[in-house]
Design a protein around this ligand. Sequence first.
Ligand code: NQM
Length: 366
Amino acid sequence: MPPSSTGLPCMLMRGGTSKGAYFLAEDLPADPQQRDGLLLRVMGTPDPRQIDGIGGAHPLTSKVAVVSRSADPDADVDYLFLQVGVEAPTVSDRQNCGNLLAGVGPFAVERGLVAAADGHTRVRIRMVNSGSLATATFPTPGGTVDYEGTTAISGVPGTAAAVLLDFADTEGSAGHGLLPTGRLRDQIDGIEVTCIDNGMPVVVAAARDLGVTGYETPAELAADTELVERIQSLRLKAGQLMGLGDVTDAPVPKTTLVAPPRDGGTVSTRTFIPLRPHASIGVLGAVTVATAVLLEGAVGHDLARLPAPGTALGIEHPTGRLDVEVELELDLEPDTGIAPPRVRRSSLVRTARKLFDGTVFPRPLP
Ligand code: NQM
């Protein structure tokens, strides 16, 4: 019987400020082409409303997490993130998602991949898209996941249990290092940009250089078609410079417009993913922008109000603020006197929630 009749086990979860379908790898076809075809039919893509599937008609709610036990001795589970297109029939593994990552630890416990401790459980997660490692720590009183708690994150109503995410080795998630062009700054279309990747390839530009304040709402930015065209031109050229090739159909690089902070944070941001304005900012996107503003000479550094060393950076976004800790090594190399920046670690807090657990029925094949 085809999956459209038998269905597939699936858990829908909110992870941070995103929402996605979580699957065990063993419940999906092993062949990536077959898997992706099935996921398009699960989500209801291509269709701007995703009306015949469970996608939420926006890139932030058209996401999939594929989870399995890990063969890596440093990890408990493997997490593959897949961005499913909305209007276009695309499934991309070219980026991480730190928001869906928040649900991966709880999902692994729910599906019996990891035994929960009584109190808190720590799950070591290999992010298959980039090969980097993350550790998620979340409450499991009595050995079951507790989603309820008192932590509020911007962009999500109410409160829930905190999921602490610690990252290592996020530099160069796309395989071309922290500064993929080899420079702190580049000029593209006459605009100064910093192309950077500390978990997410991002083009950072000052909002004022693109003729906006950087405090517009996502709807205002989306309506500015000339701006969106300039963003597309920037990211297509940046993609080439960053070694990503032709990124016309790729979800990366993202573009983040930065401006001075307005609400007590470090820097204000407006992010395009890759062309739609983000309602907030991605997790690894925020880690990457925070890294840029810490680097003297990078775009954003001069606009930022940097906190005392060792304190979290407040990345302001359209619906609030995401606080991230990033520790860099900025020691000069004795031989060259040059300081290639290295990232020691980063961390932040998210929340996640199980929304439903059941069987999803993909649209039948035509
Ligand atoms: O940057 C959106 C999101 C993301 C990705 C995007 C993310 C991250 O908000 O780690 O979380 O940049 O497409 O979920």
